[in-house]
Design a protein around this ligand. Structure first.
Ligand SMILES: [Zn+2]
Ligand SMILES: [Zn+2]
Ligand SMILES: [Zn+2]
Length: 126
């Protein structure tokens, strides 16, 4: 395993929401590492191809990455730009019901994007 890869694996172990390329670069490869942007980006894309990471499905936030896990949706705070994972099963179940109704009309759905944005708890000042 290359050193960059090892650092990335360790970093994503403690990640609970998608992180931007800039943040990954900054947090993992600060001053003392020589890995440049392009190298980190290439490595992240390789991990996506290998099915280990997912690229964010939030519009305009393609350079956010997270560990691939069960399908879920995201909330983007338009103030601090942070993306939070919404693991609520009720969202998945409601969508399945919607898809079921639509497929009954004869359409076949093979992809979807559900994107929620607004102000997060922190930015609201709580
Ligand atoms: Zn979905
Ligand atoms: Zn916020
Ligand atoms: Zn997520």
């Amino acid at each position: 395993m290359t050193p960059i890869r090892r650092v990335l694996f360790r970093f994503f172990e403690n990640c609970t929401s998608p992180v931007s390329l800039e943040d990954i670069q900054g947090k993992c490869f600060g001053k003392k590492h020589s890995a440049d942007f392009a190298t980190v980006y290439r490595q992240l894309e390789t991990l996506v191809e290998e099915g280990i990471l997912n690229r964010s499905d939030v519009p305009g936030k393609k350079q956010y990455y997270e560990v691939r896990n069960i399908h879920h949706h995201h909330f983007l705070c338009t103030k601090c730009q942070e993306i939070q994972c919404l693991q609520e099963q009720v969202i998945r179940e409601s969508l399945e019901e919607v898809f079921f109704q639509i497929q009954k009309q004869g359409m076949e759905i093979d992809s979807h994007i559900l994107s929620l944005s607004g102000t997060c708890k922190k930015c609201k000042g709580y």
